[in-house]
Ligand binder design. Sequence first.
Ligand code: PFF
Length: 477
Amino acid sequence: MVSTAGTQSGEQGWSSRSAFILAAVGAAVGLGNIWRFPTLAGESGGGAFVLVYIGFVVLLGLPLVLSEIMLGRAGGEDAIGSVENVARESGVSTRWKGLGALQITSGFLILSFYSVVAGWVINYVYLAGGDFLGAVMSGDVFAGAFAGETQDQITGRMGDLFADPTRLIILHAIFMAATIWIVASGVHDGIEKAATWLMPAFFVLLVIITIYGALTGNFGEAVAFLFTPDFSKLSPVVLNEALGQALFSLSLAAGGLLTYGAYVSKDVNLAPTAGMIAMADTTVAILAGLMIFPIVFAVGLDPAGGPALIFQTLPVAFNEMPAGALVGFVFFILIFFAALTSSISLLEGPTAWVIDKTGWARKKAAIVVGLVAFAIGVTCALGYNVWSEVRPLGFWNIFAETDILDTLDGFTGKIMLPLGALLVALFVGWRADANMVKAQTGLSDGMFLVWRFLVAWAAPIAVSLVLLFGLVPGLLG
Ligand code: PFF
């Protein structure tokens, strides 16, 4: 086991290849799959978005996952230090480390709103837990969730939550505290342990609920919605959205994979590992779509319902499902866990950098970084009530209607992540020492050529075009 990242704090690295895979899949699978993907697919017209999304995952996401893990392992430090090391060893300007700085900033900003959304999940853990307890007390363990409530009452609970700033902030605080606690416990004793327990359980429940939705909901309509591309719905903005989502979901360009890569031992073959991460992540996103949209259509909700969508559909499904109170409770716990295994990777990036930079103890670094992110998240929570009129980037067409949380989400997803990915592609494809890169990836000669073409040419061109056409008209218009 070789790892130098965070050595000041005595960091040990992953205990095995499978521990790393689980942690990386844990980082990838999260609210991005269960909450953000269905929301964007719903808003952007379904099939066309999904098709473009999958295209981006395969052609850009997968090669970049390999690039980032490889860079992290080769550099062996935090995201900034790793890029700097590789640049130095490759004999090119160490200013490339700026790409690490951009990535860490993105991850930090994502963490701040991610934790707020995860707070909504905790709200439903609480509600569903109380509901299940009620069912048990009344002797009906197999009751549906929220028995006796109308659909409007159930979906209306989300509005009640948004209207309550104190509740939103407390829930956000609970989630951030949990994230800080795990990161403070270390890579091996915190992050790895959390992922090894939580991810397998999450997968099993996801499959069960999807099968239930398929059997009882409006599955045909959902499949048609998700897989019949209506190309008239494609626009540069949708392409931009899909690219951002592919990057977000794979945990690319936000410092997470670069940092986790540094904890991987030298004998792990990275290419198949990257493939497994991308595959697992995409499968979960599609399953989440197949889980949510049958219910959306069966209940007559608007697929373009926005950020509240999944919190309105799932409780309705659990209401009608036998043993829904129990399943609902367990499922929200698992979404919470999926969110947690992602948020820890978001916090680990900036924390590892602070440790390497200042020599602080891991605990102190995690607490300080987490608290600042918490403070930014509070503004997002207030954006649903007291500051509901605030439009931080209202002057910009594409953000004209977006509240604080959506602006932060959109700005990181549509702009910062694509820029971070572009820089990684340029650095790995053109500047990093090719022999070192080839040895690190472990790819055969033929595969290396394909991979290098995707990283050096396809990714920079595609990302630049998407940024140009997605953003500039919005800026001018
Ligand atoms: N991939 C995570 C999700 O889909 O929920 C979010 C994320 C985690 C993004 C870690 C970036 C990151 F570095």
